[in-house]
Design a protein around this ligand. Structure first.
Ligand SMILES: *Cc1c(COP(=O)(O)O)cnc(C)c1O
Length: 428
């Protein structure tokens, strides 16, 4: 099937032909691709072409596509009923498995998406502090709820003009409840908190930012942010929807030496299904209904199919942690692409944190914040993206995203990616 025809058909009945904006290729131009199937590290596109996948469903597919063990666990669960709207034993098992790996979390609640997890985290923070304001970092993306689509990254970056709020339909009074500071700038954060004494419920950030491209925290930044939040009587929310179980078995916060008051996780822990979680110490989590007065609910929350996929994924990650291999592959890709770009005099550099990476169209790293990411050459990235796609590599269709490798990627895939970059950059 031809992508132009599929796209035209989808556009007649779906706005922009897609169910999530970045899929429409707005940042890189051209006709978006459609996927027929995925297996391991590879996608078969609807036009029959095969590509190596560096999106991995935005990091969710850490074991690769259609992993036989996960497929079997899901099929077994589905055969016993896909949702009841009544508690099931497996939910407590998954919660135990998550809590066991997070020293500063006693309880979690399972939800259906990262957006929901963050919405709940924000409401909890407001509920327990009795305050309204939230401070977020420019370029961090925390899902598509009203108050967090202010100076948000990811698709909200390329969809709007980057000014706040990043979406129409957000009432000004709600946008005003969100204060925005640059990422990696603890002084600006402290100043924002000082300007609103006693009014900030929470500071929310991605410990390793992944929605303005891969932007790691500067040494000391996360600790300083935690101190500033606590000094102001605000909670620290770490949004680890990408980070959790992506770098290690557990959260990046712990590795960074901080202990956030509330955490959110999604993507990897959902095993490829709509599942995410919000977690905190018991005193905070028990503020949620039915024990507390902060309301939150979900018809499909903790459904047995998603929970089975999540548990099967955690089983596999714990039995054979892939992180060192993922990092070695990401590093080899980064080095290979950088070397090819240097050889051909193309201003493109890969910024990487452990297992995730972004090729930025710039000759100067590091990029530390949204302003740095926005200064990169979007047109050059678009040409790089399409060159790679033509050579069988699906990168993220925007520089304001991170690329992923899965446990199903091989050395041969890495070599293919590096060779595709060599050929693409030579042609630029
Ligand atoms: C993807 C993402 C979200 C939103 O998760 P969805 O499942 O898409 O709703 C929130 N926060 C971060 C850091 C993310 O990367």
């Amino acid at each position: 099937m031809n992508h132009e025809e599929l796209y035209a058909r989808a556009c007649r009945v779906i706005p922009g032909g897609v169910d999530s904006p970045v899929r429409a290729f707005n940042a890189v131009g051209g006709t978006p691709v459609f996927v027929a199937s995925g297996k391991g590290a590879r996608l078969t596109l609807a036009d029959g072409r095969e590509v190596i996948d560096c999106c991995c469903s935005w990091g969710a597919m850490i074991l690769g596509h259609a992993d036989p063990g996960i497929v079997e666990a899901v099929a077994r669960a589905a055969a016993k009923g896909t949702t009841f709207g009544i508690a099931t034993p497996a939910e407590a098992e998954l919660a135990e498995r998550l809590v066991a790996k997070i020293p500063f979390v006693d309880k979690v609640r399972l939800v259906n998406s990262g957006t929901e997890a963050v919405m709940t985290a924000i409401r909890l923070a407001r509920g327990v502090t009795g305050r309204d304001l939230i401070v977020k970092c420019e370029g961090c993306y925390h899902g598509h709820s009203d108050g967090l689509l202010v100076a948000a990254g990811s698709g909200a970056m390329t969809a709007g003009d980057g000014t706040q709020p990043a979406s129409a339909g957000i009432p000004a009074p709600i946008a005003r409840e969100t204060l925005v500071v640059p990422y990696n700038d603890a002084e600006a954060l402290a100043a924002a908190l000082a300007a609103h004494p006693g009014r900030v419920a929470a500071v929310i950030l991605e410990p390793v930012a992944g929605n303005m491209g891969c932007v790691p925290p500067r040494p000391g930044y996360l600790r300083a942010a935690q101190e500033a939040a606590h000094a102001a009587g605000a909670l620290l929310i770490c949004d680890e929807v990408i980070n959790a179980w992506r770098f290690r078995l557990g959260l990046w916060s712990e590795a960074a030496g901080i202990a956030p008051d509330i955490v959110t996780m999604g993507k990897v822990i959902g095993g490829g299904f709509p599942l995410a979680a919000v977690g905190a110490p018991a005193a905070v989590m028990d503020a949620l209904a039915p024990t507390g007065r902060v309301y939150q609910a979900g018809t499909l929350s903790g459904n047995p199919v998603a929970v089975a996929a999540a548990i099967a994924t955690l089983d596999r990650l714990e039995a054979d942690p892939p992180y060192a291999r993922l990092e070695a592959m990401a590093s080899a890709i980064a080095q290979g692409v950088d070397a090819a770009a240097a050889r051909h005099g193309v201003p493109l550099r890969v910024q990487r944190h452990a297992t995730i990476f972004t090729p930025f169209a710039t000759d100067r790293l590091p990029i530390a914040d949204l302003a740095g990411a926005k200064a990169c050459d979007a047109a050059l990235y678009a040409r790089f993206f399409h060159g790679m796609l033509a050579r069988g590599v699906y990168l993220e269709p925007s520089q304001f995203e991170v690329n992923f490798v899965s446990a199903a990627h091989t050395q041969a895939d890495v070599a293919h990616i590096v060779q595709a970059a060599e050929d693409t950059l030579a042609a630029l």
